[in-house]
Design a protein around this ligand. Structure first.
Ligand code: DX5
Ligand code: ZN
Length: 229
């Protein structure tokens, strides 16, 4: 199991009126990656942010990896735009693309790191043929569309399965989980083989806007839990 754990706050739960500052603050508090949720009111029943916002964060001075989680259908049209906007990872749901292999190749050609995202009840079959082409596998531990939902425990079995596949092939791929992760369950999730943890409401909902150290405390608590993994 990888001990190189990464915390990826989901900006879905940030204060969008002060987004640049929010991202600066979570990174200063020790976050490793910026998780960027893109929703289209079609693949998922919500609408969020696009390439312009990603570009704005880069122009603001954010240098950390930006992990673009596409919850959109179709997928391909928007990929070059996100690459130009400074995305590091681009992950998509295989059920949102008619040609999964082509979409993975397109992300790579655009200079970004491709990843596949699986909804809680979506089987992992496509990994059989695609795993060695990926930099990330993202397991949804809630149904996509909203922050603040409850963690679905059966996804832990799925995580163990993917960890086994990655290790059996000796690949260097991040295994990320997204949804309902916090201090109460991050250790259990890590023990299932996950190395990258999205946390939206757990991080941004942690304390009042007026407290300048609001994110240090929660990210510190998440890392403290991981020390026991
Ligand atoms: C849900 C998004 C998540 C969400 C997680 O569709 O993909 O990234 O922000 O939020 P929490 O951590 O609050 O469950
Ligand atoms: Zn997400």
């Amino acid at each position: 199991m990888s001990k190189d754990f990464r915390i990826a706050p989901s900006i879905l739960s940030a204060n969008f009126a002060r987004l640049g500052e929010e991202v600066d603050n979570v990174l200063a508090a020790g976050a490793d990656i910026v998780h960027f949720d893109v929703m289209d009111n079609h693949y998922v029943p919500n609408l969020t942010i696009g390439p312009l916002v990603c570009e704005a964060l880069r122009k603001h001075g954010v240098t950390a990896p930006i992990d673009v989680h596409l919850m959109v259908k179709p997928v391909d049209r928007i990929i070059p735009d996100f690459a130009k906007a400074g995305a590091t990872y681009i992950t998509f749901h295989p059920d949102a693309s008619d040609h999964v292999d082509r979409t993975i190749a397109l992300i790579r050609e655009c200079g970004c790191k491709p990843g596949l995202v699986f909804n809680p009840a979506t089987p992992l079959d496509v990994l059989e043929y695609t795993l060695d082409k990926l930099d990330m596998v993202l397991l949804m531990s809630v149904n996509p569309g909203f922050g603040g939902q409850k963690f679905i425990p059966y996804v832990l079995d799925k995580a163990r399965k993917v960890r086994q596949m990655i290790d059996a092939r000796g690949l260097d791929i991040s295994l990320e989980i997204d949804g309902g992760v916090g201090t109460g369950n991050i250790l259990e999730v890590a023990k299932a083989g996950v190395d990258t943890f999205v946390a939206g409401s757990a991080v941004f909902g942690a304390a009042k806007d007026s407290d300048p150290h609001r994110y240090d405390t929660v990210i510190g608590a998440l890392r403290a839990e991981l020390k026991n993994a």
